[in-house]
Design a protein around this ligand. Structure first.
Ligand code: VNL
Length: 390
């Protein structure tokens, strides 16, 4: 009798333990990553690239990290910063994500930075590229690039190629201000001139009036930064208004000769020199495999946004291994100082600045097998963000 009772009690206790344990264990066995992207709206091409890259990473590396199941939650903010903020809040409070990621444009990253700080949630910025974003929160880590990195690189190229008289044209917000400032500073330092500084709005830009001003100023070169997605429309106008034939050389950040749109640009893009951290044409074995896998899954070419998304996932996965699935400070610590070979080339997450140190390439648009590519021909190795060196 007693034995039966004991046995029954033991069973009940076990059942009770199971009842209590199940939800708790289910929770700690899953780690969630909240990725906020502009899947619709003005920056939808950026969202599409990033989403495809995040999915490719998971398809290649699986959903198990440090014995836990990774669940990636993708949310569409339409590149509206108020939406980004609201979605980040929900992901932290309701879904209890261990990391936030994505951030298609600078205003989105800036809107989420305070939430990262308050909740101690690492925020992996995969796209936005204004230098100061990493200073907006000690929990920001960047897998994309910075505009000062690429603007200084192309200004150096212009100097080496004896281009003295320039005009700048940038999108009228954070990354554009960085591009304009760091390009002009380096040009001036090297004894060149910026004759005019032109800007176009982030939303629905009209390039006709600014291109007329460029024509009137008659520079040797026009330097352009526009966010991903605007390059094809700009190139069309540049060609239609005959600026190439008027002898104005176009130089740009790689956002303009974007791999996502390069095929639609036509021959006006041929010969354009740009600086960037990633070209789908980067000739490493690792990149060839990345591009082949990406194209097999998506039927479109990966651009630099995809690269930021893919490496951002790498940074999160490796940090989760180091923290054994824990979030907060432990996860952040696992992100700082990562050094790895990426399809773009060697990269380092600077432990002090949490920004990315990487090779910046000078490329020329060339036709190979009937298709346009950004062909790398020069490099500045291991470039830190010049925006942090003041
Ligand atoms: C930003 C920078 C966005 C570079 C971009 O494309 C870009 C940004 C949407 O920081 O907002 O190519």
């Amino acid at each position: 009798m007693k034995t039966r009772r004991t046995r029954l009690l033991t069973l009940l206790a076990a059942a009770a333990a199971a009842f209590v344990m199940t939800p708790a264990r289910a929770q700690s066995d899953t780690v969630k990553i909240g990725v906020i992207l502009p899947m619709t709206g003005a920056q939808a091409s950026t969202g599409r690239q990033l989403d495809a890259a995040v999915k490719l990473w998971v398809a290649q590396h699986g959903s198990k990290v440090a014995g836990k199941t990774v669940e990636v939650i993708v949310k569409d903010d339409q590149s509206l910063p108020d939406q980004t903020r609201r979605l980040a809040q929900e992901l932290v409070v309701n879904d209890k994500v261990v990391a936030l990621a994505g951030m298609g444009i600078t205003p989105s990253a800036m809107a989420v930075a305070p939430i990262a700080t308050q909740s101690k949630t690492p925020l992996v910025v995969m796209a936005a590229a204004t230098s100061s974003i990493t200073e907006a929160s000690p929990f920001v880590v960047r897998s994309s690039f910075t505009l000062p990195q690429v603007a200084v690189a192309i200004a150096e190229w212009a100097h080496k190629n004896n281009i003295k008289r320039t005009v700048t044209l940038v999108a009228d917000y954070g990354p554009g201000f960085d591009a304009e400032k760091y390009f002009a500073e380096r040009v001036t330092l090297n004894g060149g001139q910026v004759l005019e500084k032109l800007r176009t709005p982030l939303r629905a830009p009209d390039f006709a009036p600014v291109l007329q001003k460029v024509r009137d100023a008659k520079p040797e070169a026009l330097f352009v930064f526009l966010p991903s997605g605007q390059g094809a429309a700009f190139m069309k106008q540049f060609g239609e208004r005959g600026l190439d034939k008027a002898g104005v050389r176009l130089i740009a950040t790689g956002d303009v000769t974007d791999d996502d749109q390069l095929a639609d640009m036509g021959d006006v893009a041929l010969g354009v020199i740009s600086s960037h951290h990633y070209s789908a044409d980067h000739p490493s074995a690792m990149n060839k495999k990345f591009v082949a896998d990406f194209m097999a899954a998506n039927k479109f070419r990966p651009n630099f946004m995809a690269m930021g998304g893919y490496d951002g996932m790498r940074i999160i996965y490796k940090a989760l291994e180091a923290s054994k699935g824990a979030g907060g400070e432990a996860l952040l610590a696992g992100m700082k100082g990562q050094i790895f070979e990426s399809p773009r080339g060697p990269v380092l997450i600077d432990a002090q600045t949490r920004d990315i140190v990487q090779d910046v390439y000078i490329r020329k648009v060339e036709k190979k097998d009937g298709q346009l590519w950004n062909v790398e021909f020069d490099v500045i190795k291991a470039m830190k963000d010049p925006g942090k060196q003041k």
